[in-house]
Ligand binder design. Sequence first.
Ligand SMILES: O=C(O)CCC(=O)C(=O)O
Length: 244
Amino acid sequence: MTLTQAQLEAYERDGYLVVENLVSPQDLRTLRERIDAIQEGRASAQTSGFVTNFEPAGGTAVAAKPVLRKLSELAVHDEFFRSIASSQGILDCVAQLTGRAERIHLYSDQAFLKPAFHGTEKPLHQDNSYFRVEPMHFGVTCWMAIDDATVENGCMNYIPGSHKLGLIPHRAIKDTPHLTPDGQFGGERPVPIPAGACIFHHLLVLHSSKANNSPNSRRAWALHYVNGAAQCPVRDYAQMLPVR
Ligand SMILES: O=C(O)CCC(=O)C(=O)O
């Protein structure tokens, strides 16, 4: 697929771009079934090789047992997830947004599950405070909505144009795995999207998501890509999945 000039300009201006219908209804059904099976205990994340993270105890509601927050490394370990991460529509967007069509690698991937009543916030950050990709526009995140992402269930929020601020120093938030910049940054805008749509975002755009206190789950799969000309000092290319 080819992004229009207007879409490329919107990404350049805002640091993010919504592209709808990038996942087929059948693939969306399978994505949900596969993740449902893990969340409901009918399949084992560990046996599949996926990495798990749990919501902190005493989150937004009291849970009877640990609540899964995140699953990572889905595409490395599973052919179905790999086929979605390598799908032509997504890679065409990645190629156009990072400026190179060949040697695209999946840097890492993580499904943020934000469960109904239990999903906690993801504080404001720039992805490159974790990834350290250089030059920074040689990487892009594709944030794929598996459920409808709404203001109520914790959709993504972006500060349009904040990718032009450069890399802002981040500090670790005590007792959490999160990094966030000091200071006040106004202008955060919620970006609700339907299931099957993706938001492509620049590794420097400031973004966050709020807690999910609603009865609806908000699952999304974040796919972080780099083109093969990027320097990646904190992750070796051998650890990444070549996808094109
Ligand atoms: O899905 C979320 O709530 C946060 C995702 C995120 O921060 C990212 O994909 O970079």
